[in-house]
Design a protein around this ligand. Sequence first.
Ligand code: SF4
Length: 220
Amino acid sequence: MNSIEDRLIKIFNTLLNAFGKRHWWPGDSPLEIIVGAVLTQNTSWKNVEKAINNLKRENLLTIDALYCSDLERLSSVIKPSGFFNIKAIRLKNLIKVLYEKYNASIENLKEIETDDLRKVLLGINGIGKETADSILLYALNKPVFVVDAYTKRLIKHHIPPLIADRPISGDSYDIIQRFFMEHLPLDVYIYNEFHALLVYLGQKYCKKSPDCEHCPIKGI
Ligand code: SF4
């Protein structure tokens, strides 16, 4: 078992056996996942949950309500997520596109071809690659691999050929995403679960001071 494909699948299966399915991304609806993807920028999920609960309590978690909401009120409702003024603007930007260009319908979004939809999302002010890809994968079931700091750490420690060919520095997002998508089947389930497993791995073992001794993928 030496190819990169085999090694990635081995890491995936080992993590899945060790941690079980992660049931990520939490959310009662695609809209809640979309909103969560914006709110989670630079904060913990606990804070996002508080902000989402506030939105629900204030009856603001619908496309119409978000579109019509006053920016100041929206900022105050999502305050627990931090950077709330900026995040309120980003949410409004995203909902404006959804409302005005796609008839306020997430189903309409799903019908757009993945690369085109990614360009639409990245064209919205404040929506970066990780947020756009989280929306594509977790809210819209598009086969797009999400890259974050935990993914980068795994690559650095366990996939040396990538580093040898193309050193990771600066904006490595595209390189790492392409790497996973070229070496894994184009499969929403695998992308969904793999990203969630890597997040859990990063939180539990692969921290700034990694606990390699107890880590399930030690030696792969
Ligand atoms: S904790 Fe150690 S063994 Fe586990 S993923 Fe991080 S570097 Fe690898």
